[in-house]
Design a protein around this ligand. Structure first.
Ligand code: OOG
Ligand code: NI
Length: 447
């Protein structure tokens, strides 16, 4: 194969994201409606006000989510995603929210790749160790051991591309087509209705992970530049929007991530062993998100504390408390979180990227970046948050699963266990943002 036929992992990721989006649009027409309304809002906001990321990036920006059953499935998924330039970043423990899963986000690491296409996948793994009933756990293990979520050709291609110094377009195209099979929806469960009901009763999430041939993509999320407008638009397009927006309140300078979704569809499924129908499954939904700036550990701690205060106060509100009431409360709780860029920067609450401005004269003695900022020869913009939020993720999970299931009592993070399954370590999100900030500072000082 000639070298000119090679494509890059970034191109592979962009192609894969586009193919997946096309497939999901066919599977879930409401996702198409969501994309259209988001596009219109983004165009309008882009015309009216400047924002952090170029519209070209925002327009293709999506995240998806899958739920895996075994360590082997996770390890192979990691190998597949690596070929598309996506690495695991962040550990999300969802047991705190009563969900028997933990997760990571696969995403590109460097700025150029993020700009090219920031596609990311929230990937959770079932915590078999948390299924207390021995018989049930063994049954789950047995069912999962009988499935293979990747086609054998997909695995062959992964192995071939891992060894090859080349990245031929035709091989990558074939890999993408094979990989799509892993993410598609299967109407027929691999188990009979009795087993399905039993697993659903233990936890609806367990039924969703265990009873199908593969980890159907359960949502694809476009990025919107004004989530409050999008929430209203969803309602006027008869999409059953979740009542509240997860994450921080609206601000002048957006932080982290705000998310909302339309509720999971109730889909008819058929069962193995002859019984066709008889149950509905809720797993697949649509979500939108607005991304703000990445916070430092100090900023993140402040965010977590304020959100915690909001949740505690919310728990005391009467049951008829409306979303308007709660969102006013959320705003009040966050009043103490500075909302101007310079304070956020000086107090080291958020990460920034610094760049040199042509024109103003540099001070004779440059001691640090602040002296350059004060002299007006360096400016800064916030770095976009590229990851997820565990509390928001839990809220999204919960509003899209059928009610029921035993509540877990414990909060048992097991990052080590997750990394063992992954067969590599998870990247630290703070370190990634901090490196981007530091190298931009070094470049400005060096100038
Ligand atoms: C994942 C839910 C979490 C997000 O954006 O935080 C998520 C799932 O339901 O599998 O997608
Ligand atoms: Ni999501």
């Amino acid at each position: 194969m000639m070298a000119s036929d090679n494509i890059s992992p970034d191109e592979a990721r962009a192609k894969f994201a586009a193919s997946l989006s096309q497939m999901y649009r066919k599977e879930i027409p409401q996702y198409g409606t969501l994309l259209e309304l988001v596009s219109k809002i983004n165009e309008k906001v882009d015309k009216e006000a400047p924002h952090q990321d170029p519209l070209k990036r925002v327009e293709v920006e999506r995240h998806g989510a899958i739920r895996l059953g075994t360590p082997e499935e996770l390890a192979m998924m990691r190998r597949l995603f690596r070929l598309m330039g996506m690495e695991p970043v962040g550990y999300y423990d969802l047991t705190v929210a009563g969900l028997p899963v933990h997760a990571t986000g696969f995403r590109p690491l460097n700025e150029a790749s993020l700009l090219y296409n920031p596609f990311r996948v929230f990937t959770s793994l079932l915590r078999l160790d948390l299924i207390k009933d021995d018989a049930l756990r063994n049954q789950v293990k047995k069912i999962l051991s009988l499935r293979s979520i990747f086609t054998s050709r997909c695995i062959e291609l992964i192995e071939q591309l891992e060894k090859s110094p080349d990245y031929p377009q035709s091989t990558v195209d074939e890999l993408i087509q094979e990989a799509l099979n892993t993410f598609r929806w299967h109407e027929t469960s691999t188990v009979d209705i009795g087993t399905y009901k039993e697993l659903e009763a233990s936890h609806p999430l367990i039924a969703d992970v265990v009873c199908f041939r593969g980890p159907h993509i359960n949502h694809l999320t476009p990025r919107v530049l004004d989530i409050d407008a999008a929430q209203a638009a969803m309602q006027s397009h008869s999409l059953k929007a979740k009542s509240s927006i997860e994450g921080p309140p609206p601000r002048q300078n957006e932080i982290l991530l705000r998310q909302t979704s339309f509720l999971a569809l109730e889909e008819n499924i058929a069962f193995a062993g002859g019984s066709q129908g008889g149950s509905k499954h809720r797993a697949r939904f649509g979500e939108i998100e607005q991304r703000g700036m990445a916070l430092t550990p100090k900023g993140r701690q402040m965010y977590d504390e304020l959100l915690d205060r909001f949740n505690r106060t919310c728990a005391q509100l009467p049951p008829h408390a409306t979303w308007e009431w709660k969102s006013a409360l959320l705003r009040t709780c966050f009043e103490g979180f500075p909302d101007d860029l310079d304070t956020l920067r000086r107090e080291k609450l958020a990460y920034f990227r610094y760049y040199v401005i042509e024109g103003p004269r540099r001070p004779l003695v440059v001691t640090d970046i602040d002296s350059l900022v004060q002299a007006g020869c360096v400016r800064f913009t916030p770095i976009t948050y590229e990851d997820f939020l565990p509390a928001s993720a839990a809220g999204i999970f919960r509003s899209n699963l059928s009610a029921g299931g035993e509540q877990l009592q414990s909060s048992l993070a097991d990052k080590e266990g997750f990394e063992k399954a992954l067969e590599c370590s998870i990247n630290d999100e703070f370190l990634i943002y901090s490196k981007i900030e530091q190298s931009s500072i070094a470049a400005c000082l060096d100038c």
